[in-house]
Design a binder for this molecule. Structure first.
Ligand SMILES: [Zn+2]
Length: 311
């Protein structure tokens, strides 16, 4: 079965200030890696703009309007939305196109057209809480994708696995009281945004946090995956697996101190595909979150996508 990549040139037009780690060069670097003949079979399609209403699947109208009000009009202008979150004139279009790509990817895997997909979009989404843009994120794309799968296809149990090195506080916030979504996260702790302790389990025990100390590497990450994430997934038996795929736990990344290598992302992808094969008709949709070293990102996202293609 086919692996599909959703992309769009508008993702390069979400601008952040000079020196900001979440920058368009991240996608340029991934695109260069994807030119390798290994990716010849990857089906590349253009992500389409989602309707603004899609945002309301995971956020109140006030949040949508608050973000829209903060989008600057003049070319070259960049607005600070909060501490480290910025918007440029094309940011709303980019965020809605990332959402459109994620929803189309869900449509394609839920209908059996393809087995899995990767959405190479930006801005990322997993720090956006119900009513708050933060941590480079405007809207929570993965949460919107989960709700879309439930609304349109009647998915009863959606699992979100977040291996970005930062805790997916926004996703946890949105599904805190929703047992139809299992949220599992591995992340460095302490680190931004400060949440993600083991005892944060959600009101319905549908949140599984596996925090890692700074300076650990592959062994600890794989152990956390094997002892906490995979058993929770098996108990949950998801209809669909969504991945918040950040690659900032790579040892080269400047924002964290977890020392993963590219092969760890290949390994984790393979384990999730086994769960998807057993419970979810192989349905996996992966969304790009963080990853701020250009070489580390290109290597690990490349290995992640190659593994998806072996499904
Ligand atoms: Zn991150």
């Amino acid at each position: 079965m086919t692996t599909r990549l959703y992309e769009n040139a508008v993702f390069l037009e979400h601008e952040t200030p000079t020196g900001h780690p979440e920058r368009a060069d991240r996608l340029r670097s991934l695109n260069i890696a994807l030119e390798h003949p290994n990716f010849a079979r990857l089906e590349r399609v253009e992500a389409k703009l989602a309707n603004e209403d899609a945002v309301l699947l995971a956020h109140p109208e006030e949040h949508l309007f608050a973000v829209m009000r903060q989008i600057p009009e003049e070319e070259g202008e960049i607005n600070q939305i909060e501490a480290d979150t910025y918007a440029s004139p094309k940011s709303l279009q980019a965020a809605l196109t990332a959402i459109g790509g994620a929803m189309a990817a869900v449509d394609a895997v839920m209908s059996g057209e393809i087995s899995n997909a990767f959405v190479a979009g930006r801005p990322p989404g997993h720090h956006a809480e119900t009513s708050k843009a933060m941590g480079f994120c405007l809207f929570n794309t993965v949460a919107i994708a989960a709700r879309h799968a439930q609304r349109k296809f009647g998915a009863e149990r959606v699992a979100i696995v977040d291996w970005d090195v930062h805790h997916g506080n926004g996703t946890q916030d949105i599904f805190w009281n929703d047992p139809s979504v299992l949220f599992c996260s591995t992340h460095q702790m302490p680190l931004y945004p400060g949440t993600g302790a083991k005892d944060e389990t959600g009101l319905k025990n549908n949140v599984v946090n596996a925090p890692l100390s700074a300076n650990v590497g592959s062994e600890h990450f794989r152990e956390a995956f094997k002892s906490r994430v995979l058993p929770a997934l098996q108990d949950f038996s998801p209809d669909l697996i969504l991945i918040s795929a950040g690659f900032d736990a790579h040892h080269r990344d400047p924002l964290a101190q977890i020392n993963l290598v590219g092969e760890d992302f290949d390994w984790a992808t393979g384990r999730l595909m086994e769960v998807a094969d057993r419970f979810a008709h192989n349905r996996v949709v992966s969304l790009l979150e963080g990853g701020y070293d250009l070489e580390g990102l290109a290597e690990s996202a490349g290995l992640h996508i190659l593994r998806l293609m072996k499904g």
